[in-house]
Structures are given as C-alpha cells and as structure tokens.
Ligand binder design. Structure first.
Ligand code: SAM
Ligand code: DTB
Ligand code: SF4
Length: 326
C-alpha cells in the first residue's frame, strides 16, 4: 500500500481500535517499509525567547495569562544559541528546534536575528527547526532563504475541540501558516497533544486532518500533556500509556513516511513504555542536558540516560539530513 491522502475518520478510528498487539505489529511492519528501524533521531529544543506570550493556550506555561513558574526571557543572543547547538551536536543530536513564545513573527530586528541564528546553526550541519508562531508567506520565504530545514506549527487537537483549548487564534489560522510553509522548501512539522481532555474521536479527527495534507508533514510530534501548575489544565489526569501507543501507531500507519516524534511527556514513561512507543513507530525523541524541554515546567530526559536507553534497545542515533550549501 502506498501513501494515501484520502483517509477518512471511520477508517482511522478502525485502525486506532485494532486489538493492541495487532495494531503495534501492523505499525511496526509499515515502519520498516519506510524507515531504518534501527535508527532514532535525537532532537534538542532551545527556547530562544521564553514566556510572556499573549496567546491563551490552556496547556502552556508560557502564556502571560497564567501564573506559572516560568520566568520570561527576551531573545537569546546568537552566540549562546550556536554554543548550545554545538554542544548538542557533540552529544549526537542531529536536529535543533528553536522555539519562541510569540503569537506571530513580526518583521523586526528580532526576526532578523533569528534568521542569522538559522544560518549559523544550519552551517553546523544540523537540521534546524523553528517554532515561532504564525508566519505569513513572505516570512516563510525568508526562513527558506536562511536555509531553515523545518517549521513546527502544531494543530494540537481536533478542529472541534480547538476553541476549548485556545481562543486567541483559530484552526484556520494554524492551517494557513502550515500552508505558507508548504509553499517553500522548508519541511513541515505538525502534530498535537494527548491529554487535553479530548475524546478519542478528537484525536482521530486531528490525525485525519494531518493525513489529508498533501504532502504529509514530514514530521509529526506526538506530545503527552505535561500538566503545568497554574494553567487551566493543571489537574488533567495522565493519559494511559496504551492511548499513547495507539496514537503513535495510528499516526505511523496513516502517515508512513513521516518521522513520528515522541515529544513532551516522555520523562514520565518507563524504558519499557518508551520501547513500546518505538515498536509502534515512533522514531524520534527530544533529549537535553538541562533537564527541560523548552521551560522548567516540562521535564526532558538527559543525553546520558537516553544514550543508555538506545544502547539497551540496540538503536542508533540518526544523522542529519540537512545538506549544508558549500
Ligand atoms: N509559540 C509557538 C506555537 O505555539 O506554535 C511555539 C512554541 S509551543 C511551546 C510548541 C508546541 O509545544 C505546542 O503547539 C504544543 O503542542 C506543545 N506544548 C506546549 N506546552 C506543552 C505542555 N505543557 N505539554 C505538552 N505539550 C506542550
Ligand atoms: C512539539 O511538538 N513539542 C516540542 C516542540 N514541538 C516545540 C515542545 C514540547 C513542549 C514544551 C513545553 C515547555 O517546555 O514548556
Ligand atoms: Fe504562546 Fe505557543 Fe505557549 Fe500558545 S503554545 S501560549 S502560542 S508559546
């Protein structure tokens, strides 16, 4: 079976509801047709601008509307970011994702500085991803010209559930930015979060929307909600691991050539649980030397413990696919 762009919700729901071991087997088989299953890509997040975000995403530690532990920080300077990226590369990281707590990119000197960061980190032969909020088509083009490899912009949940989680922008706004990126050579990274209080049908609907994008996002992060104190979702129950595995396997089956990233929330999973996620088709993780994803509220496993885990499972770190222009 080739890659399809006409998945329907009922078909995706049937996949998600397949008896668990059969579902994992099917996902693992498809994974092996499209990817080297001995490889995992290790990514590093860098929060280049932290907190004080005007958006009201109910899960997020960086929204100015909620009182969280996060201390706002203005844009980091380029050398700091380059040094973090160099250190990450030495630890086997092949993708660096620079995140800014902005509603949208503005055409100002801060954007110029980000473009310079993209150029310098790309020159290290790393896949560089940015997640800066909404972009217009001209800004997407400028990121492309700077050599950007990927742009992250998550759908987060279903269209129906979106307004329960975020009121300051619409699903349509999200899809528009993704389309602006798609008009360039920059690859698309878009996925969502499990555990926002959504139904299984919401998860299916989100996966269906992603799977109908043509081409599929090259990268699909599956985040597990990290409950952040002070946010409206602080008391959400943990998502059962079985739901995580089902969501990963379903994403793998409907978007077989995409990288499926086991993103936020991994630090609360045991090694065995993570191994199940890899079996189900996850082929990337975020790892760090500072214990955090973007902010202190969201823990991230360390390089050393992740190396140990990959060694234990006989997995290797995948190299960068970026092609540095000489
Ligand atoms: N401001 C930009 C935006 O919203 O696109 C980029 C940064 S934002 C932190 C990137 C993604 O991280 C969100 O879309 C969401 O999927 C994920 N995320 C943020 N906080 C999270 C949390 N507490 N738990 C799990 N995922 C989270
Ligand atoms: C994505 O889907 N997950 C990463 C990355 N894209 C930017 C972020 C995970 C959550 C970080 C939230 C925090 O650290 O506060
Ligand atoms: Fe701002 Fe992004 Fe957090 Fe939403 S997810 S509050 S846009 S940093």
């Amino acid at each position: 079976m080739g890659i399809r762009y006409d998945w329907q919700e009922a078909e995706i729901r049937a996949i998600y509801d397949t008896p668990l071991l059969e579902l994992i087997y099917q996902a693992a088989s498809i994974h092996r047709q499209y990817h080297d299953s001995t490889k995992i890509q290790v990514c590093k997040l860098v929060s280049i601008k932290t907190g004080a975000c005007p958006e009201d995403c109910s899960y997020c530690a960086q929204s100015s509307r909620y009182k969280t532990e996060v201390k706002p920080q203005s844009l980091l300077d380029k050398q700091t970011v380059v040094d973090i990226a160099k250190g990450a590369k030495e630890s086997g990281v092949s993708r660096v994702c620079m995140g800014a707590a902005w509603r949208e990119v503005r055409d100002n000197s801060q954007f110029e500085q980000v473009l310079e960061m993209v150029k310098e980190v790309t020159a290290l032969d790393l896949e560089v991803c940015c997640t800066l909020g909404m972009l217009n088509s001209d800004q997407a083009k400028r990121l492309e010209d700077a050599g950007l490899y990927a742009y992250n912009h998550n759908l987060d949940t279903s269209q129906d559930y979106y307004s329960t989680i975020i009121t300051t922008r619409t699903y349509g706004d999200r899809l528009k930015t993704i389309d602006n990126v798609r008009q360039t050579n920059v690859t698309v990274c878009s996925g969502g979060i499990l555990g926002l209080g959504e139904t299984i049908d919401d998860r299916i609907s989100m996966l269906c929307t992603l799977s109908q994008l043509k081409p599929h996002p090259e990268s699909v992060p599956i985040n597990i909600l990290s409950q952040v104190q002070g946010t409206p979702l602080e008391n959400q129950p943990d998502v059962p691991i079985w739901e995580v595995v089902r969501a990963i396997a379903t994403a793998r089956i409907v978007m077989p050539s995409s990288d499926v990233r086991l993103s936020a929330g991994r630090s609360r999973l045991s090694q065995v649980e993570q191994a199940l996620c890899f079996m189900a088709g996850a082929n990337s993780i975020f790892s760090s030397d500072d214990g955090k994803m973007l902010t202190v509220t969201t823990p991230c496993p360390g390089y050393d413990s992740d190396k140990q885990l990959l060694d234990l499972l006989g997995l290797e770190m995948r190299e960068s696919r970026s092609k540095v222009k000489v």
